[in-house]
Design a protein around this ligand. Structure first.
Ligand code: BGC
Length: 398
C-alpha cells in the first residue's frame, strides 16, 4: 500500500514539475529532451503514457517511418516535449504506407486525441481522414510536410524547404567558384519522393540556383536528366538512389567522363549515391555530394570525405515550435506572428508561400544551415550530438 502511495506521489510530482516546465514560454533550442529513450525509439507504436492526470489532453503524433533516422528523432522529441509540458502522447509510425497512416490516424481520432500532428507519407492521400478529424473538432498541424487538398489543416510547421535546396546549390557554386572557374563541370541530380510535397521545393531551390550555370554551359548534365520527374526517388529510398546512380554511371561515365557533382536532396539518397560512386565510379576525383538532415551515417561519410555537406535542420527545435503552436490551439487561440516572440528557435511566420489547394496554410518556418567537415562541432554545440570516444565521428547525444 505504502509502495503504491509512493508511486502515485512520484507520478503526481513528475506531472507537477512537467506542467511547470511546460508553462514557460520559451522553446528549448538546444537541450536534449529528458525523456528520450532507446526503448521508445525501438517501438514502432508507442502507447499513450499512463495517465498522470485523467484531465491531461492527448496529442496524436503520426510519423512516416522508422526506417529513416530523422523521423525517429522527430517522434522522440515531439513525444518527450509534449509529455514534459503535461500532455499525454500517442506516437505512431506507419511504415511509409499511406493506407496504414490513414488507419493509424483514424484510430487516434477514435481515441479522442485533442490535436493531431502529422508528417504525411503521401501529402495527397489524407483528405478523407482529415475530414473526419475536422468533423470531430480535432485541429491538425502539418508537420514538416504540407498536407494537400484538405481544409482541415490549421497550421504548417517546417523549415524553409526552398532554402534547403538553395543552400545545396550555393555550396556547389562556392566550392567550385562557378563565377570565376573555367569549367565545364559535370553534375547529376537526385531528388526525393514525388508524394512528399517538400521534394519539389528542395529540387527547385537547388536547380534554380544552378540553372544560370547550366544555361551558360559551365555546368553540364551528361545524363540529360534535368527535371524533377526524371530524378525523383520514390520513398526517398537509399537503395533506389544507389541503383539509379549506378545506372547513370554505367551509361554516361564509363568512358572516363568526370563526375564533379552529385546534387542529392537529402541524406538517405546521398547515402545510396555515395555508395554507387565508391563502388562504380572510375574517376580519381572526389565528386561533391550534397545532402540534408545530418543523419549519423552521413556525418560519418562527411568525415570520411565520401559526402561533402549536409543541410542541417534542428528537429528538436521543430518539435518545440510545434508544441507552442499546439498549446496555443488547445487554449483556443489562433497563433500568428506574435508567437515568434515566445520561441527561442529562429523561425519566420509565413502567410504566402504554402497553398495546399484549399488556400494558404499559415506556416512557421525554421532556418536550415550548412554543415561540412569544418563545422561539425556546431552540431555538438546543439546538445543533440557528441564526439565518439576517438573524437573522430559524431554520435547521437540523445
Ligand atoms: C524531410 C527531409 C527528409 C525527407 C525524407 C522530407 O520531407 O523534410 O528532412 O530527408 O523527407 O525523410
Amino acid at each position: 500500500m505504502k509502495k503504491v502511495l509512493a508511486a502515485v506521489l512520484a507520478i503526481a510530482m513528475t506531472f507537477t514539475l512537467a506542467a511547470c516546465s511546460g508553462g514557460g514560454s520559451s522553446t528549448p533550442t538546444t537541450a536534449a529532451p529528458a525523456a528520450t529513450t532507446a526503448a521508445a525509439a525501438a517501438a514502432e507504436t508507442t502507447a499513450a503514457a499512463p495517465a498522470a492526470d485523467s484531465g491531461a489532453k492527448t496529442v496524436g503524433i503520426a510519423m512516416p517511418t522508422k526506417s529513416l533516422e530523422r523521423w525517429n528523432r522527430d517522434g522522440d522529441y515531439l513525444k518527450a516535449q509534449f509529455e514534459a509540458a503535461g500532455y499525454q502522447a500517442q506516437l505512431k509510425y506507419s511504415d511509409n504506407d499511406s493506407n496504414q497512416q490513414n488507419n493509424d490516424i483514424q484510430a487516434m481520432i477514435a481515441d479522442g486525441v485533442s490535436v493531431l500532428i502529422i508528417a504525411a507519407i503521401d501529402g495527397e492521400a489524407l483528405t478523407q481522414t482529415l475530414a473526419d478529424a475536422k468533423d470531430a473538432g480535432i485541429p491538425v498541424i502539418a508537420y514538416d510536410r504540407l498536407i494537400m487538398n484538405t481544409d482541415a489543416v490549421s497550421y504548417y510547421v517546417s523549415f524553409d524547404n526552398y532554402t534547403v535546396g538553395v543552400l545545396q546549390g550555393e555550396f556547389v557554386k562556392k566550392t567550385l567558384d562557378l563565377d570565376n572557374a573555367a569549367g565545364p563541370f559535370n553534375i547529376e541530380f537526385t531528388a526525393g519522393d514525388p508524394a512528399d510535397n517538400n521534394a519539389g521545393y528542395f529540387f527547385n531551390g537547388a536547380f534554380d540556383t544552378l540553372k544560370p550555370y547550366i544555361d551558360s554551359g559551365k555546368l553540364v548534365v551528361p545524363s540529360g536528366k534535368t527535371t524533377f520527374e526524371q530524378v525523383a526517388t520514390p520513398n526517398w529510398s537509399t537503395d533506389t538512389a544507389l541503383e539509379n546512380m549506378q545506372n547513370t554511371l554505367a551509361s554516361y561515365y564509363s568512358d572516363g567522363t568526370v563526375l564533379d557533382i552529385a546534387l542529392c536532396s537529402n541524406d538517405s539518397t546521398a547515402l545510396g549515391v555515395a555508395q554507387a560512386i565508391t563502388s562504380d565510379y572510375a574517376g580519381s576525383n572526389k565528386p561533391i555530394v550534397t545532402g540534408q538532415d545530418g543523419d549519423i551515417a552521413n556525418l560519418r561519410n562527411i568525415v570520411d570525405e565520401i559526402q561533402t555537406m549536409t543541410v542541417y535542420k534542428n528537429v528538436s527545435d521543430e518539435a518545440g515550435v510545434t508544441l507552442e503552436v499546439a498549446k496555443a490551439l488547445l487554449e483556443g487561440k489562433s497563433p500568428d506572428a506574435s508567437l515568434l516572440d515566445s520561441l527561442s528557435a529562429d523561425a519566420a511566420y509565413d502567410t504566402s508561400s504554402y497553398d495546399n489547394g484549399t488556400g494558404i496554410i499559415p506556416s512557421y518556418l525554421l532556418v536550415p544551415w550548412t554543415v561540412t567537415k569544418d563545422n561539425l562541432q556546431d552540431l555538438v554545440d546543439t546538445g543533440l550530438y557528441k564526439w565518439d570516444a576517438n573524437n573522430q565521428y559524431l554520435e547521437s547525444a540523445t
